[in-house]
Design a protein around this ligand. Sequence first.
Ligand code: PEP
Length: 249
Amino acid sequence: MKTYIVANWKMYLNAEESFKTAEHIKANLTKRDNLELIVCPNALAFNGVRDILKDTVSYGAQNVAWTPLGAYTGAISALLFYQDGARYALVGHSERRYIFGEDNEAVRKKMNACIDTGLIPILCIGETHDDKEEEKQEYRIKKQLMKALEGLDLQGIVPLVAYEPVWAISNFGIGQPCDPEYANQMHAIIKKELTQYTDAAIPVLYGGSVDNNNIASYVARENINGVLVGSASTNGHVLLDLLDKGAQC
Ligand code: PEP
């Protein structure tokens, strides 16, 4: 299985900064068959970044509305992103769940919208710090997987899953790094759980304060198929170093 690196630029970069970062990536990127880079710019920068990087990388939406078209002020649907060149979409990111109040039902609708449109969902799951303190991490991820996937017709699409312990996400969690072996064990549980919902080999990525110094400690583990990177991915030099190190594992 190839290694996936998802660069989630969140709302860190404005359009001009996104284009500069894209130009830096374009000038220095080494294309590798065993590694897929998925760039998720903000919606205003999406087309500009795509026009700079063209087909050297894949593109993802940071968030999608579940209804395709119509009177939905401020929304951007999976369909609209797909038509503009996105191949992936983050669904259920903890910042959407816990800051914007998106529940498992909303996550499920977004999964459906992606699948119906042809976008590959990157389903984000992970326990909060309180869950972990109460030793409910397995309960939380199993419930999130069940709500998102049970009875879902994947229509031949193989989603990605990102395990992101909320407490390990920089500038959002409590900034506590996740022990790579703990992540590896959680991935094993997730992979086993996924066999209930599909026969497909679903890549499971790790996310939470990954950078160019620690990426190898995660992607070298047997159950970790790539990483979802926020803050560190917004710096072109760091992102390219991350890719080099990820490719070596
Ligand atoms: C994320 O965007 O999901 C994330 C893991 O962010 P960071 O790498 O900044 O912790």
